[in-house]
Design a protein around this ligand. Structure first.
Ligand SMILES: Cc1ncc(C[n+]2csc(CCOP(=O)(O)OP(=O)(O)O)c2C)c(N)n1
Ligand SMILES: [Mg+2]
Length: 761
């Protein structure tokens, strides 16, 4: 990259000033100009945006290439929109719509904003790490299919984002140190939401990244300060600024020139002498001349990126740079007044009355905007159709089996019955592949890594799980970090929209840790990635393992998660059908994610009583996929037991015992409370979709519901036929013990079901 001439730098500075104006004005308009009938605070972050203006101007107008992708910190969304507007990628009519219904989103949104946004952000730490998983997903597509190419994956982060554990879980994953396309730029303004962070300890942060194998670049001072440091007394000035605590430096940003001359020397005559030779204007500019606001210094930092390992650039900035609120500890959400906006417009060479002015045709700035837009133009993505997924693999399930084992078996069957579809499946596990029964699948398809690696145990006769790592593998193994798992499956599930190539990602983790990954998983679905999450083993059915590993609330999580269909199958064949149905919904614009909750309980598969007549079998399959089926049906039932997952055998046992005392009971096997709830809502015109499943399966008798999870998950079923109900389930922390002990303790055993049914009949 050539050094910029002073004239070129002047044009870039003009653009930088307009980006500052537009991003500030977009927030101002939303808060103080647009009518606000409800009186509710609208919000937006002028100071956080101003902090990033120089970095983003430099990145977009000097360094970005069409193959690169960028994640922008949540509170800098107005800067992104301002740049997109100047590049002709956003219509002017959107600029007055920040945070309005259907308008520009509060935080960058890939799915909702009208202009190009590469990554959705908003939950700090999650948007920042998304490009890491995006990079792996892209490499995977490129090695498996060969069409995704390569490019840098930038993250522009706030410094307080580094407080988030998600950041460090990602940085520490062993696969990440190889990703030379990752570039993070930390907006080091030493301020978070509430305060000036007293010890931001940039040195320690630098060491942590370096220790994880990253290239670390520090961009601390701009040219003005560097020039002062080179003068007599400059070393003392630098020593003084380097040594002062963050809040003291921030306080200097709020001082006038006289106060600076008083405070800055702190008794050092060399510094005082140096300052006496500097005029007021230069002194005021110099003290805030940090590297992250110096366009030439930013060029220098970008040029140092080696692309051989991940890079982090610590760019020192001032929060609110160029605004009257700059550096103030409480500037996070503060807004400029109307008078301050008038003054700012004057200073930045624009007009508050016509706030959305772009550059006039024929000017150098307009030319640079057009050239930049041309340089960054991307080819349109054409998306390959996802592979067709069979509805039924036709396997007859004999003997005793677990739903967890059925997952691995179904995946293996898929490689034989539908190799095209199986080729697009990618499994991901946070160090639990073997303990979740994926061993057979992993042996068959191999482990993915960007490069071939030696399997030192290949010739060890005692090795059952073969760990062949190559670019042809289809299983990705991560360290034990559930947040990383959901970040990666979200990005693997978005490759159809980014690179035109659908993948079918399946992430497998222990069910109790779904809650740990819940917020980033939900955010990934919101951001548009589709994947299947498998929680296994689950529930108190994990009996001897004890309360710490027994999940209780996950069935309700599944019921309530938008953009996701949840299944809790009871039998192996139900796993097969629901998994296939879930795979068929991935990798497409109108797709849906899925969550499967599986168990390690060995269950006699003949209890499933799968019809042998092909039409009857297909009818059963449809019901399984729609949310429920009748497992036991009597002529005149006095009661219905609706059971889900691992406790279905108890429901069948209870029905037998009730029959012995003359009470006939239907048993309904629920596979998806969420789909049944949706059917129920559809009956009332409150949801799309069919409601036939309720008519086919539930008859108007009193109801006992039972699941290995919180009972409220199925309690709504009473409303389908307006019948009395006793909902059974788990409401307290678990205990270790035998399955019988534990089911009795929680009231999930056949005795408890019989008692509940007697109460109702
Ligand atoms: C997970 C999460 N926790 C909390 C917040 C609320 N929040 C938004 S920004 C912010 C502070 C951000 O500071 P920094 O990253 O330094 O950005 P700056 O505004 O200083 O540029 C907080 C706490 C959030 N958006 N996401
Ligand atoms: Mg900050």
């Amino acid at each position: 990259m050539t050094r910029q001439s002073p004239a070129a730098l002047a044009v870039l500075t003009e653009i930088e000033r307009r980006v500052l104006w537009l991003s500030t004005a977009v927030i101002h308009h939303a808060n103080l100009v647009r009518p606000n009938a409800s009186g509710l605070k609208v919000g937006g972050h002028q100071a956080s945006s101003a902090s990033m203006v120089s970095i983003m101007t430099s990145l977009w107008f000097r360094h970005l290439r069409p193959q690169d992708r960028v994640s922008v910190k949540p509170h800098a969304s107005p800067v992104l929109h301002a740049i997109n507007y100047l590049l002709g990628e956003l219509d002017e009519s959107y600029l007055p719509t920040l945070r309005a219904f259907g308008g520009l989103q509060s935080y960058p949104s890939r799915s909702k904003d009208p202009d190009p946004v590469d990554y959705s952000t908003g939950s700090v730490g999650i948007g920042a790490t998304a490009p890491i998983w995006g990079a792996i997903a892209r490499r995977y597509v490129d090695t498996a299919i060969g069409t995704a190419g390569a490019g840098r994956q930038y993250s522009l982060l706030g410094d307080a984002e580094l407080d988030e554990g998600a950041v460090w879980e990602a940085v520490l994953d062993p696969s990440v140190a190889e990703l030379g396309e990752i570039v993070w730029i930390v907006d080091l303004n030493r301020q978070s939401l509430d305060r000036v962070v007293p010890q931001i300890a940039a040195d320690r942060l630098r060491d942590m990244f370096a220790g994880a194998g990253w290239q670390v670049i520090t961009l601390k001072y701009g040219r003005l300060l560097a020039e002062l440091f080179a003068r007599p007394g400059g070393a003392a000035l630098r020593h003084r600024i380097d040594g002062m605590p963050n809040p003291e430096y921030q306080r200097l940003l709020r001082c006038d020139a006289a106060q600076l001359r008083d405070r800055l020397p702190a008794g050092d005559p060399d510094v005082a002498d140096l300052l006496s030779d500097v005029d007021d204007e230069t002194l005021l500019a110099a003290i805030r001349n940090l590297g992250g606001h110096d366009l030439a210094a930013l060029d220098g930092a970008f040029e140092q990126i080696e692309d051989t390992r991940p890079t982090v650039i610590f760019a020192y900035t001032v929060k609110g740079n160029g605004l009257p609120t700059q550096g103030h500890p409480q500037n996070h959400s503060s807004l400029l007044t109307a008078d301050q906006m008038v003054e700012l417009a004057q200073r930045l060479g624009t007009d508050v009355g016509t706030p959305w002015q772009a550059f006039a045709e024929g000017t150098d700035a307009a030319r640079l905007c057009r050239e930049t837009a041309d340089r960054l133009r991307r080819d349109k993505v054409t998306t390959v159709e996802p592979p067709s997924i069979p509805l039924d693999l036709g396997r007859a399930h004999h003997g005793t089996s677990t739903t967890q084992a059925a997952l691995g078996r179904t995946l293996l069957d898929l490689t034989r019955r539908a190799p095209q579809a199986a080729r697009r499946v990618v499994t991901v596990s946070p160090d639990v592949s073997s303990s979740t029964n994926l061993g057979g699948w992993v042996n068959k398809v191999g482990v993915w890594s960007p490069r071939e690696r030696v399997d030192w145990f290949a010739d060890d006769a005692d090795t059952i799980l073969h760990w062949r790592e190559s670019p042809g593998g289809q299983h990705i193994e991560l360290g034990i970090a559930e947040t990383n798992l959901v970040g990666l499956i979200g990005e693997l599930g978005a490759t159809w929209s980014r690179w035109g190539q659908p993948l079918l990602p399946i992430g497998v983790l222990y069910d109790p840790f779904v809650s740990r990954a819940l917020e980033p998983w939900s955010f990934g679905i919101y951001a548009g990635g589709q994947s299947i999450l498998v929680g296994t083993p689950s529930g108190v059915t994990l009996a001897p393992e004890g309360g710490a590993h027994q999940s209780i609330t996950t069935p309700s999580i599944g019921l309530e998660q938008p953009g996701c269909v949840t299944y809790e199958p009871a039998f192996a064949v139900d796993v097969e059908w629901t998994l296939l149905a879930s795979l068929a919904k991935l990798g497409r614009p109108d797709g849906t994610s899925a969550y499967l909750r599986l168990s390690t309980r060995p269950v006699d598969q003949t209890l499933a009583d799968v019809p042998t007549d092909p039409a009857a079998r297909e009818r059963r399959r449809r019901q399984v996929v729609a949310g429920a089926y009748a497992l036991r049906r009597k002529e005149n039932p006095a009661i219905t037991i609706a059971a889900m997952g691992a406790v279905v055998p108890e429901a069948l046992q209870a029905a037998e015992r009730l029959a012995q005392v003359g009470i006939e009971a239907d048993v309904v096997c629920v596979t998806s409370p969420g789909l049944l709830f949706q059917a129920q809502q559809a009956r009332h015109g409150l949801a799309d979709g069919p409601s036939w499943i309720l008519d086919q399966v539930l008859r108007p008798t009193p109801l006992v519901t039972v699941l290995d999870g919180h009972p409220h998950t199925l309690a709504f079923l009473a409303n389908v036929n307006r019948v009395p109900i006793v909902p059974l389930g788990v409401t307290r922390f678990g205990q270790a013990g035998s399955l019988e002990d534990v089911y009795r303790y929680h009231g999930l055993d056949a005795d408890s079901i019989v008692r509940a049914a007697l109460d109702l009949s």
